[in-house]
Design a protein around this ligand. Structure first.
Ligand SMILES: C[S@@+](CC[C@H](N)C(=O)[O-])C[C@H]1O[C@@H](n2cnc3c(N)ncnc32)[C@H](O)[C@@H]1O
Ligand code: SF4
Length: 396
């Protein structure tokens, strides 16, 4: 008689008692011009956008994904890009009507659309608002003419201000402004002045990103001269103090919000919630409770190929995460970006395992001063937020 191999001591399967909140990301991949620093899946629009054809593809894509999220309500929708504000009001209306026909939306659903100040039109903004979009995210980047030129932007500072005014007159009261710092040859005073200009527009939310040189961009091929670490550190120190004084609380590495105005969509990513990703190059993540797995799906990146394949069986690639260590690491890669981190209960519910599974790595993080010793929380200290990659290595 052969002996059976002993069962492993630990139960190496993910367990999910409840499903997390569900979001919907929709990628609209065209821009007026490709910015030299940008590695998003975006393409210069040549001629008229095939917006209705693309919307039809998105609807086929959505219908094919429905079995993954049967019976669940959508809490947030985010139109990202690319430059979604290049799409017509009619196209966005048609898409949102199709989404409402296929999926239940939460009564307080947050619907964000990204806009570029070089692609703003009053009637179009009003049509987005009428279609149900209730949050606009405007890519301003800088108010300095020489920086906007260096960044290859298609707009000036006045157009950025006008975009915010147009958004308000179209009925938007929830507006994010994207700004970047650490720009080519940047100085502390100039970067802080950019923030002051942005704050004078009184947005409800501000995303303040340090410029990074990304692979496969024009800036990677011909790097501009970037400020040194000390300039960046002093910019951050002064900028964060200014934002706090103006009532914008930092809640993630680059995100600052007025009370009650955090971006619910991005929070769902950072808290390891679920999301469907529709559109060229879009990614989705869904919890498969019965299988004890997390599915990650990605759509083909080329918009034309995407439009041809959308809805077909070969339109997406799928990876399944079933190993506790990988699920824990992916949870922490997101949640530790949040200033408040995540509770042990959220970890257990979303990473499918008890928080004790990462107790040893957590203790090592606390010992190094990278994690707080707050009971029942996984939370980076300010030093840990600065050294997030090294902190995450403890869990790898
Ligand atoms: C998809 S874009 C936003 C909307 C629109 N496409 C625009 O640029 O006006 C998202 C944001 O990411 C930021 N971003 C893009 N590339 C970046 C980089 N290399 N480093 C830092 N931030 C970057 C920019 O602030 C940009 O507004
Ligand atoms: S407009 Fe936005 S998405 Fe388009 S290339 Fe520039 S930064 Fe990237």
């Amino acid at each position: 008689m052969t002996m059976r191999a002993p069962l492993p001591q630990h139960d190496a399967r993910l367990r999910f008692e409840h499903l997390p909140p569900l979001s919907l990301y929709v990628h609209l991949p065209w821009c007026v011009r490709k910015c030299p620093y940008c590695d998003f899946n975006s393409y210069e629009a040549r001629g008229a956008l095939p917006d209705f054809e693309y919307v039809d593809a998105l609807v086929r894509d959505l219908r094919a994904e429905l079995p993954l999220v049967q019976g669940r309500a959508v809490e947030t929708i985010f139109f990202g890009g690319g430059t979604p504000s290049l799409f017509s009001g009619e196209a966005i209306t048609r898409l949102l009507e199709a989404v409402r026909a296929e999926l239940e939306l939460a009564p307080d659903v947050e619907i964000t659309l990204e806009a570029n100040p070089g692609a703003v039109d009053t009637a179009r903004f009003a049509a987005f608002r009428a279609a149900g979009v209730n949050r606009l995210s405007i890519g301003v980047q800088s108010f300095r003419a020489e920086q906007l030129r260096a960044l290859g932007r298609v707009h000036g500072a006045d157009e950025a201000r006008a975009a915010v005014a147009t958004a308000r007159s179209a009925g938007f009261d929830n507006i994010n402004v994207d700004l970047m710092y650490g720009l080519p040859n940047d100085e502390v005073d100039g970067a802080v002045a950019d923030l002051e200009h942005a704050l004078a527009l009184a947005p409800t939310h501000l995303s303040w990103y340090q410029l990074t040189l990304e692979p496969n961009t024009a800036f990677e091929r011909r790097p501009p001269s970037l400020p040194d670490d000390e300039v960046v550190a002093r910019t951050e120190e002064r900028g964060r103090a200014l934002l706090a004084a103006e009532g914008y609380a930092r809640y993630e590495i680059s995100a600052y919000a007025r009370p009650g105005r955090r971006c619910v969509h991005n929070l769902n990513y950072w808290e390891f919630g679920d999301y469907l990703g529709l559109g060229a190059g879009a990614h989705g993540k869904t919890t498969l409770a019965a299988a004890g797995e997390i599915a990650r799906r990605a759509k083909t990146r080329n918009p034309r190929t995407y439009a041809l394949r959308a809805g077909a069986a070969d339109a997406a690639t799928e990876e399944r995460i079933g190993k506790p260590k990988q699920a824990a690491l992916e949870f922490l890669m997101n949640a530790l970006r949040l200033v408040d981190g995540a509770s042990s209960d959220t970890f257990a519910a979303r990473a499918g395992q008890p928080a004790e599974a990462v107790a040893a790595a957590r203790a090592a993080g606390v010992a190094r001063g990278w994690l707080t010793s707050e009971p029942d929380r996984l939370q980076a200290t300010p030093l840990g937020l600065e050294r997030l990659n090294r902190l995450l290595e403890l869990f790898a």
